[in-house]
Design a protein around this ligand. Structure first.
Ligand code: NAG
Ligand code: NAG
Ligand code: NAG
Ligand code: NAG
Ligand code: NAG
Ligand code: NAG
Length: 864
């Protein structure tokens, strides 16, 4: 197996070298936007890329992106020359016919293949006429899974060239409130770290990632060809310790259950470790290392057993023993001395592990069986069906069985079926330098059982996803979705029954009835969550059943996949292209396909093998999220907002009533930002960057309570860009050029990109977005810094350091202490206009001078 992989790699490289390297100017990516919206842990991501063919002749242009394995593609469109080509989800058979027809004409087919541990690759291509553009738009959806106490949204970016108009916008909305949010991943390293802005306001959070073209070469895995890496948004939500978070809308509900303040249940855990010959070398060493770490983490009231096997079984002790330090020392010695050699008798070893647990009394504790193997059963009972049935009998639903498949020689489907039919899961351990950490990471997921025999019951609910779970672990979460009968929320009664240590516990809604979430979640969203979960679970169920039942499950899965337009292992997306071109068929690979195996569809699968084309990845970097340090980005920008007071503005009042604008000053370590008001006609110094001869000023609206009416960017002594609510003008010396259309303006190091409701300005290491807001029919501008310059000698409102204060509570009066000064404050709100869709944020209202720690006048300039 391993040898075959090596040969393929070389072959892939040879093909890459043989093909000519494309010239950069062949095609140009005009824009590359990634937009993720997460509501209630359900993430919908849209990747849009606009590419132009710069050649005098028509040319094939590729679109090549990576998406999480856990996601389903739900939409793909191409826009070429005013014509829209939509991908259509069809059954595999229907798609196959189109595919076969294309292949018989000697054409290639589009594919989705697996790359690395967590990502799949989607690619397609289309021929674009000389100087024409194509816009690709891909949508995928996934339910974020909570592990280790957090959700992770992984976004992969590799446009294959630096792109002027590149941006990632992430918006998260969680009704329960977001407890923390962090940004990690390879793209958050080096200079790219400055390109991340993060805003967290109770139930909502925004992450913007706006690197400049130059910066796109500077992350840990980026190079001349631009970015190649991940942005991983990590967050968790606040939890009450009752029933959890239930959303209802349009007759559907989604319930997130993850109580954390329960006491842990002592566990009985048996580790069954493969020591067959194929574990030789690093695998065995990593397994020993991981076992020793895991043993160290057992609590004193846990019981454990440890056995290793090849064609024989090697016990450390025949029965479970308590995790006392003396016993642990003995077990660690045993683990240290496990050596590889021999065959693989999975059947006997698992049955022995099950016996050990079965003979140990389990009241008030949680039993867990864990198998680690790297191969197929080769000795003793080797028939998979018989092993499954023996194991099922031995476990008899009494405890969950987790299978860890080490490397790619394992028959993963066999392990998966064995785990799923015994209320566990199978996990792949990638044969890599961090395999010991992967093993340990898996163990930590199940290390702290908090509940057993969990039954989630929904009176008045129907068509439910899985409701019975054998164990609940700290840091994880159960999600159940379903329909509400007759959409009657009054009679909908969710509750959870479980066992916590020896006690039966019931979680019910203390408010009596569940609120409707209508209006707070997008229409149809909960229904999609339900469909997503149902399809995922049906795909698992299909593995476990056979005969007519399997057919029934299959047809049900297919029906839902087609209805919700999900590309699943049972469906494919057919992408029809302009006349005369091949039709692409996109298949979702099964776990285990495509990471070493050559898939069914020719070149599917091997990460390094895509030939060489402008958008492909010759070396096939796996999309592994890098283990970089967490960088915390304090919000650097000041955000303003106007006070929502109403004035009748007629001629007489225009000048005599000063309008007021409210500004938000974000904080680094405190959850409540500061805000202050500015009155009257004011020209602000927004950003002064003398070493780059860059000066940005903005004039506040003197008539209405909006934001800025005009922003001027001086790029050099005789070059400036003036932006107002009507348009953009470029002044060079004596000449003035109005900007028309959507194409970017460039002048020296300055690039101005105009989008629908924002103007994106990149100059040197600054990227500023000027948002165009509209309120009561009046338009106004709001500047938001998306990339903070690295230099320290910058000044202005946008360069303010985040506020830092201490709250001092005195009876009913709240005071803030900033440096040595103390001041009384009142709680107020301000709209955060640094967001395209402003929302009111709670803030401490104080005077500007106090907030800024110097006089406001220092931020004024006389002239725009
Ligand atoms: C991102 O997509 C959502 C949903 O389609 C849309 O409402 C939002 O405006 C988009 N955001 C940006 C910045 O394009
Ligand atoms: C493209 O066409 C123009 C006009 O026909 C010609 O002058 C130019 O050399 C061509 N460029 C290339 C790269 O073929
Ligand atoms: C469960 O996890 C939470 C958050 O990490 C932690 O505060 C709590 O102590 C854990 N509970 C147990 C029983 O370990
Ligand atoms: C459950 O779902 C099925 C298929 O989607 C639908 O036909 C049926 O009406 C639903 N059942 C109820 C009770 O709503
Ligand atoms: C879940 O448990 C309840 C109560 O024991 C039982 O009635 C029900 O059949 C179980 N549901 C499933 C799907 O196993
Ligand atoms: C804010 O928190 C960070 C990380 O926790 C810490 O390094 C920093 O010193 C804190 N800043 C202040 C001003 O307390």
């Amino acid at each position: 197996m391993e040898r075959a992989v090596v040969r393929l790699t070389l072959f892939g490289l040879l093909v890459s070298l043989a093909a000519s390297q494309p010239k950069k100017e062949d095609r140009d990516i005009y824009s590359f936007h990634i937009n993720s919206t997460v509501t209630s842990r359900y993430a919908t991501t849209i990747i849009t890329s606009r590419v132009v063919n710069r050649m005098n002749e028509s040319k094939e242009i590729e679109f090549h992106v990576q998406i999480p394995k856990n996601a389903f593609i739900s939409k793909f469109t191409m826009l070429i020359d005013g014509q829209v080509y939509d991908g259509v989800v069809k059954t595999k058979e229907q798609a196959q016919q189109q595919y076969t027809a294309a292949v018989s004409r000697g054409q290639s087919a589009g594919i989705v293949s697996s790359v690395g541990r967590t990502m799949e690759e989607f690619k397609t291509s289309v021929t674009v006429a000389a100087h024409k553009k194509v816009t690709f738009k891909l949508t995928y959806e996934e339910l974020l899974k909570r592990t280790h106490g957090k959700y992770e949204l992984q976004i992969h970016a590799r446009p294959m060239q630096p792109v002027k108009d590149f941006k990632v916008d992430v918006y998260i909305h969680e009704k329960a409130g977001i407890s923390f949010i962090d940004v990690k991943g390879g793209l958050s390293t080096k200079a790219l770290a400055n390109a991340i802005t993060k805003t967290h306001a109770d139930k909502q959070a925004w992450v913007y990632f706006y690197p400049t073209e130059d910066q796109q070469k500077t992350c840990d895995s980026c190079g001349e060809q631009g970015m190649n890496g991940d942005l991983v948004i990590v967050y968790d939500v606040n939890r009450n310790n009752g029933l959890g978070d239930i959303k209802t809308s349009d007759g559907y509900f989604v319930h997130h259950f993850a109580p954390s303040s329960l006491s842990r249940i002592p566990k009985n855990v048996v580790f069954v470790i493969d020591q067959s010959g194929s574990m030789h070398g690093r695998k065995m060493q990593q397994t020993r290392t991981a076992l020793i770490h895991i043993l160290n983490d057992l609590a004193e009231d846990d019981y454990f057993g440890l056995l290793s096997f090849n064609s024989d079984i090697f016990h450390w002790k025949r029965e479970l023993v308590q995790a006392t330090s003396l016993n642990l020392e003995g077990a660690k010695k045993f683990a240290q001395n496990i050596v590889d050699g021999g065959g693989t008798d999975i059947n006997a070893a698992v049955l022995e592990g099950a016996r050990m647990l079965n003979t140990h009394p389990r009241e008030g504790s949680a039993s867990i069986l864990i198998l680690l193997t790297d191969g197929d059963p080769t000795s003793g009972e080797t028939n998979p069906e018989n092993i499954h049935s023996n194991v099922r009998q031995a476990i008899a639903g009494k405890f969950p069985f987790y299978c860890l498949g080490f490397g790619f020689d394992v028959n993963f489907a066999f392990l998966e079926k064995m785990s799923l039919s015994n209320s566990g899961v199978a996990r792949r351990i990638y044969d890599d330098s961090d395999a010991d950490l992967q093993l340990k990471g898996f163990y930590e997921e199940v290390a702290t059982p908090l509940l057993t025999d969990v039954k989630m019951i929904y009176g008045g609910g129907t068509n439910l996803t899985q409701t019975n779970f054998s164990q609940y672990y700290n840091g994880s979460e159960f999600v159940v979705a379903g329909e509400i009968i007759d959409n009657n929320i009054e009679t909908f009664r969710p509750q959870v029954l479980a066992i916590s240590r020896k006690r039966k516990v019931t979680f019910v809604n203390t408010q009596g009835s569940v609120d409707s979430s209508a209006g707070t979640v997008a229409d149809g969203l909960l229904q999609r969550v339900w469909a997503y979960l149902t399809v995922k679970q049906l795909l698992e169920k299909e593995l476990l059943v056979s005969g007519p039942e399997k057919e029934k499950v299959k047809s049900e899965t297919l029906e839902l996949s087609l209805k919700y337009s999900f590309v699943t292992p049972l469906t494919s997306m057919v992408v029809t292209k302009p006349q005369g071109e091949n039709t692409d068929v996109l298949h979702k690979p099964k776990e285990g396909e495509g990471a070493g195996d050559v898939g069914l569809y020719g070149e599917a699968g091997f990460p390094g093998f895509h030939g060489w084309s402008p958008l492909s990845n010759p070396l096939g970097f796996p999309a592994v999220p890098s283990l970089s340090l967490v960088t915390d980005y304090s919000d650097y920008s000041v955000h303003a907002a106007s006070v929502p007071e109403l004035f009748d503005i007629d001629g007489t009042f225009e000048t005599s009533v000063p309008v007021s604008h409210r500004f938000l000053l974000k904080t680094e370590n405190q959850s409540t930002p500061l805000c202050f008001d500015v009155n009257g006609v004011v020209i602000f110094k927004l950003l002064h960057y003398p070493s780059k001869e860059l000066y940005i000023n903005g004039e506040l609206d003197s008539v209405t309570n909006g934001g800025f009416t005009k922003i001027v960017i001086h790029v050099s002594a005789d070059q400036r860009v003036e932006i107002d609510t009507k348009g953009i003008n470029l002044h060079q010396g004596q000449s003035t050029t109005p900007h028309i259309g959507q194409n970017p303006i460039t002048a020296g190091s300055l690039t101005v990109i105009r989008r629908d409701k924002e103007i994106d300005v990149a100059v040197e290491d600054v990227r500023l977005v000027i948002l165009v807001h509209e309120k009561d029919g009046d338009k106004f501008l709001w500047p938001a810094l998306r990339l903070k310059p690295s230099a320290s000698n910058i000044e202005g409102l946008l360069a303010l350091k985040p506020a830092d204060y201490q709250e001092v509570q005195q009876q009913s009066d709240t005071k803030l202490k900033i440096k040595d000064r103390e001041i009384s404050v009142s709680s107020s709100t301000a709209d955060d206009y640094s967001n395209p869709h402003p929302v009111p944020i709670r803030c401490w209202l104080i005077s500007a001078d106090f907030a800024l720690e110097r006089t406001l006048n220092d931020y004024f300039v006389a002239q725009l």
